[in-house]
Write a protein that binds this ligand. Structure first.
Ligand SMILES: Cc1cc2nc3c(=O)[nH]c(=O)nc-3n(C[C@H](O)[C@H](O)[C@H](O)COP(=O)(O)O)c2cc1C
Length: 318
């Protein structure tokens, strides 16, 4: 047990959330995280309704603990995905990439908890005003889609905590007990991790993707898409070099989109092509060097956090 108020809100034992991850967070990982006492979120961004239903059925067969679904609101069928997820047993809906305003009350009316992922303090405030139960603030260190403001987790969490009266969860740059304790010290009530959970036995992507995350160094990721609406952080590779070069040359957003094309993330995660596919990964990938079970990630994070907190006590007393 390591209880904060989000444990009561979400019905979990440890305040650790598996961030929704497209092509990565499928039924096995979701069930493993939830069963270990965290909150597993299905990364439903690229999934159809029948696929979501199938995955959630599998999750329900593997665990009786609460689980949720992450739905990026850029999906035109977001509302249908939300309803299908709730009907298939999700007790938490996490939304991202859009405004939660239109959806929040309808979700809460069905007795389901809501989380929204924000990239700056204004986004956190708007999420709170929309009535969400928990706000995740995700720093620019994170893997996947990033905010245009380039806010870091370290600077954003305390400002978001000061600004909103719902519990804040920190995301971006956290993979162990050190990051967990730091997040709590900044005022967060829990953490959301993505990159750490890619390198688990239960995560869905091709083994080459897990290997790429294990091999990444501190400066081994980069942001592309700054000239587009949505910058993303991924492992530096042939594709990212090509995109960065094109952006430097002033290639138009339309041409860039055409060049990047559809499905670069599928190319890596499903086909295993980590040169020409996108391997989303956060800066903390430099600390991730072993494949573990999701349960080990959670239990080791909590054990390390306890040791760190106990180790700090003598300094306070001195
Ligand atoms: C491979 C990958 C895919 C991701 N896909 C999504 C997604 O579909 N929806 C979303 O809200 N966030 C997505 N994210 C962000 C994660 O949910 C999480 O907030 C982030 O990874 C936390 O930062 P970290 O990578 O430093 O742990 C993704 C991140 C990664 C690494």
């Amino acid at each position: 047990m390591f209880k904060t108020e989000i444990c009561d809100i979400l019905g979990i034992e440890y305040p650790i959330i598996l961030g929704g991850m497209i092509w990565v967070g499928r039924s096995e990982l979701v069930a493993a995280v939830s069963d270990a006492g965290g909150l597993g979120l299905l990364g439903a961004g690229g999934m159809s309704i029948p696929e979501i239903e199938q995955d959630l059925e599998e999750v329900r067969q593997k665990t009786r603990k609460p689980f949720g679904v992450n739905i990026p609101l850029v999906r035109p069928d977001a509302e249908d995905l939300i309803q299908a997820s709730i009907q298939a047993g999700a007790s938490v809906i996490s939304t991202s990439a859009g405004s939660p305003k239109r959806y929040t009350q309808k979700i809460k009316d069905q007795g389901v908890k809501t989380i929204h992922v924000a990239f700056n303090v204004a986004g956190a405030r708007k999420s709170a005003e929309a009535g969400v139960d928990v706000v995740v603030v995700e720093g620019f260190e994170a893997g996947g889609h990033n905010g245009v403001d380039e806010m870091t987790t370290m600077a954003m969490v305390p400002q978001a905590v000061r600004e909103v009266d719902v519990p804040v969860v920190a995301a971006g740059g956290i993979c162990d007990g050190k990051g967990f304790v730091a997040a709590l010290a900044l005022g967060a009530k829990g953490v959301q991790m993505g990159t750490r959970f890619i390198a688990t036995h239960e995560s869905a992507p091709h083994p080459n993707v897990k290997e790429a995350v294990l091999n990444v160094k501190d400066n081994g990721t980069c942001i592309t898409g700054r000239t587009l609406a949505g910058p993303t952080r991924a492992v530096k590779n042939k594709l990212s070099e090509m995109i960065l070069e094109a952006e430097k040359q002033g290639t138009s957003p339309e041409e860039l989109l055409e060049m990047i094309g559809e499905g670069r993330s599928i190319k890596a995660c499903v086909e295993g092509d980590c040169d020409e596919g996108t391997v989303y990964c956060g800066q903390i990938g430099g600390c991730v060097d072993t494949i573990k079970s999701a349960r080990e990630v959670i239990e080791e994070t909590i054990a390390e956090a306890r040791t760190i907190i106990e180790g700090l006590q003598p300094m306070v007393r001195a």
